[in-house]
Ligand binder design. Sequence first.
Ligand code: SAM
Ligand code: DTB
Ligand code: SF4
Length: 359
Amino acid sequence: MRHDWTREEIMEIYNTPLMELLYRAATVHREHHDPNTVQVSTLLSIKTGGCPEDCGYCPQAARYHTDIEGNDLMTVQHVKAQALRAKASGSSRVCMGAAWRNVKDGPEFDQVLEMVRTINKLDMEVCCTLGMVTENQAKRLAEAGLYAYNHNLDTSEDYYKDVISTRAYQDRLDTISNVRKTNVTVCSGGIIGMGENLDDRAGMLVALATLDPQPESVPINALVAVEGTPMEDIEPISIWEMIRMVATTRIVMPKTQVRLSAGRTEMSREGQAMCFFAGANSIFAGDKLLTTPNPDVNEDMEMFKLLGLTPQKAFVKKAQPETVEAEDSAYQDMGEKPKWTRPGHTIERNQLAKMKSKE
Ligand code: SAM
Ligand code: DTB
Ligand code: SF4
């Protein structure tokens, strides 16, 4: 396993003639995975909208005028019902997303821990994406039975400064490192089509591939340009860019689950099939991502049938974590007030979108 990939090498792979690139990626894929199995994950937005961050792509940032319906934290019962429904439709993993900058100790985090315990007991892989976490918080999530933590680097360190001003790249890396201190697996990837150049895509892949160990899963999202966000007018990327990005990710991170994430509603079945051939082996299923549309699960299952793909069972790559009940926890609420960075530089398009919302 190589951990010393350079931008130049990655850009060269990305630009390889397509047939050569596909052949190489598919070969690496077969050496490490069953090419006919795809993991099916279900996203659940447990706390929607009202986020204090200024992520330029995100419809859930409170400062932009988007048309989403915000919600308070879901109840554990609601989450359990949704997880059971997802399991019945072939999903082996539930990823719970919260529109938070970072986790804060207190009753809401305790409620999320109870959600983790509940889903783990359903024999499904539980994943959370809750923003930045401290080491103690990561340990409490691990004890509850969390299988994976999603925290995307999203783009290169350089381009990150043009996308978000309310936190720094290093906060993301520190959170990943906090998760790594536990036995929770790391899920980290990014978005393409935000106006970044190839150098930035390669920069993100270098940042991910040089982590040791590499993330167990890497979601590749195509930007969903949502009205009211600073990126509302960005033209969609072509399917060829997605295929090249997936193939390159597969080559530099041979063992990871590469997830074909946001943007599938704009992709044909043929396009998605090429992504699976290029090494994508995971999708989000269900007609909604967090706030934006996703293909219907029945349509996805039809596509699976057509392509001869089968959904991956839970805990194929790693044993199921044990759940420790709240009263037996070795790690208590520390009431931490972590000092995550707030760079606060000006990003013009973010400012413009914020002003528009005032109008
Ligand atoms: N608030 C937490 C955080 O930012 O880490 C967790 C939820 S956040 C919505 C999770 C990820 O969703 C982001 O890192 C980003 O990669 C992805 N995402 C958000 N909006 C998106 C969009 N419009 N298009 C594609 N991906 C998006
Ligand atoms: C990831 O990389 N993509 C998912 C999940 N991790 C949390 C989120 C996609 C969100 C797309 C925009 C929305 O639906 O709000
Ligand atoms: Fe908030 Fe996460 Fe959206 Fe950024 S990506 S605005 S942190 S929900």
